[in-house]
Design a protein around this ligand. Structure first.
Ligand SMILES: Cc1cc2nc3c(=O)[nH]c(=O)nc-3n(C[C@H](O)[C@H](O)[C@H](O)COP(=O)(O)O)c2cc1C
Length: 190
């Protein structure tokens, strides 16, 4: 049984949709068990969360981009991960990251870069999306890879869009494909 843990925070519900798409993608790979661990508004993990992270073969970090980086709630858990860091508990696990923000750019790359650094601190192995950019004239928000970010999954949720209206169809598909890739990579570790 392969375990993919999706460890994330969402303040207003938009990043939830991205996490759900990742879950669908990871679950589509046969034999994969997915644990979704949502950090609460106080920056706490569910009690079982740390054990699940220890057991997982892959951890995907997610947060909205707030002020050009991850939300403090995610960072609180990242700081608390200094405990498993001491014994390098997460060493050689597959790592990935995703973020939602309001604007096309919005400094989402800073959030993803933070996740890469966190993963490197834990001696994890980073997996990019492997979703090719959809960059022709005919391409747009309905297409996976339309934002062109290959390090992690990006989503744009307009300021007046409810979580249900959500980010573009292409962003959700990118997250779904990324979830499947993470699960496949985790399976190769077996
Ligand atoms: C405190 C705060 C800071 C934000 N900073 C940024 C930012 O730097 N770049 C950006 O594009 N959007 C920014 N936003 C917008 C959020 O990224 C956007 O609303 C996102 O969809 C929220 O995700 P959530 O619903 O999962 O919390 C910010 C929102 C808040 C509340």
């Amino acid at each position: 049984m392969t375990d993919v843990a999706i460890l994330y925070f969402s303040g207003y519900g938009h990043t939830v949709k991205q996490a759900e798409a990742l879950e669908v993608g990871a679950s589509s790979i046969q034999g994969t068990k997915v644990d979704v661990l949502r950090i609460d508004e106080n920056g706490d993990l569910p009690d079982v969360g740390w054990d699940k992270l220890k057991d997982a073969k892959a951890i995907v970090f997610g947060s909205p981009t707030y002020m050009g980086g991850p939300a403090w709630q995610l960072k609180r858990v990242a700081d608390a991960s200094s405990k498993p860091w001491f014994s390098q508990e997460w060493k050689n696990k597959i790592a990935g990251g995703f973020t939602t923000s309001i604007t096309t750019n919005g400094d989402k790359a800073s959030t993803i870069s933070y996740f890469v650094t966190l993963a490197m601190q834990h001696s994890m192995v980073w997996a990019g999306t492997a979703v090719m950019p959809a960059n022709a004239k005919a391409n747009g928000p309905d297409d996976a890879g339309w934002t062109g970010g290959m390090t992690g999954a990006l989503a744009i949720a307009p300021s007046d869009a409810s979580p249900e209206e959500g980010a573009a169809k292409g962003d959700m598909e990118t997250a779904r494909l990324y979830g499947a890739r993470i699960a496949e990579m985790a399976m190769k570790l077996n």
